[in-house]
Design a protein around this ligand. Structure first.
Ligand code: ZN
Length: 172
């Protein structure tokens, strides 16, 4: 699976081998790894912010929820905000879901679509909320986002659903 070097955020094919750009071993992750990723959420380059958000989601760093929520609320790059929504969905805490709920009224339809998918996959009242939001959204892709996820409910495990929704929206 394609990932990113935790040290320099280069795209890497495998986490088994050292990073081809900076030579950093991907096995030995130091204790301040999360701090480094949290700092990278403020990086001036959007792509780096996006990769940091992705890694924080992959590592299920629950304490990153507040920082990721700030990206959703305030980042000018919709790709970054969308990645932050995906990361919050992986973290899945109540704080994360509330931030995703706010993202469902983001000005970018891409972010709203990701948010509705994430809420629909979260189950219970979040799924009902996702349907309600999707119904009243003007964008056709947001309208259909809740249905795409809920149609798959019961057939796939939650993890597979979240992964599938995420692959559909990924641009690399
Ligand atoms: Zn590297």
């Amino acid at each position: 699976m394609k990932s990113f070097c935790w040290n320099c955020f280069q795209v890497i094919e495998s986490s088994e081998a050292p990073c081809p750009r900076c030579g950093q071993s991907q096995c030995a992750v130091p204790g301040d790894f999360c701090e480094k990723l949290l700092r990278a959420l403020n990086h001036p380059i959007g792509e780096t912010r996006r990769r940091a958000a992705f890694l924080l989601g992959e590592k299920r760093v629950s304490k990153a929820a507040a920082n990721l929520a700030s990206l959703v609320d305030g980042d000018c790059d919709p790709y970054v905000a969308k990645e932050a929504v995906s990361a919050l969905a992986k973290i899945g805490s109540s704080q994360a879901l509330h931030a995703i709920e706010r993202a469902a009224s983001h000005r970018s339809f891409m972010v709203r679509e990701g948010a509705v998918q994430a809420l629909a996959a979260a189950g219970g009242r979040w799924t009902r909320l996702a349907r309600r939001i999707a119904d009243s959204d003007l964008s056709p892709s947001v309208k259909s986002a809740a249905g795409t996820v809920t149609a798959k409910r019961g057939r796939l495990a939650r993890r597979a659903r979240v992964g599938g929704a995420e692959k559909g929206g990924r641009s690399y």
